[in-house]
Ligand binder design. Structure first.
Ligand SMILES: [Zn+2]
Ligand SMILES: [Zn+2]
Length: 81
């Protein structure tokens, strides 16, 4: 499981497990200590600044930038759905 957030030095890592509902998904959340838990989180509600861009594929309240803010991401980062 790979963290899908932009590079971050604090907070827990999040990897998408499955889209479980239209506006929520199951995420695996873990920290450096090896503690992991599966949590259902609502989708990020922030719309892209560019109207033809894809919606952010992270969860509501995530840290760092949105996935539509492509400058923060490498080319290999994409939604799994
Ligand atoms: Zn992470
Ligand atoms: Zn977002």
């Amino acid at each position: 499981m790979r963290c899908q957030l932009p590079p971050h030095s604090t907070g827990k890592h999040h990897g998408l497990l499955a889209e479980t509902e239209p506006y929520a998904a199951l995420w695996l959340r873990w920290d450096e200590g090896g503690t992991a838990e599966a949590v259902t989180l609502p989708d990020c509600p922030v719309p892209p600044l560019v109207t033809d861009a894809d919606a952010c594929c992270l969860y509501s309240g995530h840290p760092e930038r949105h996935t539509w803010d492509v400058a923060a991401y490498s080319e290999e980062t994409s939604c799994t759905s």
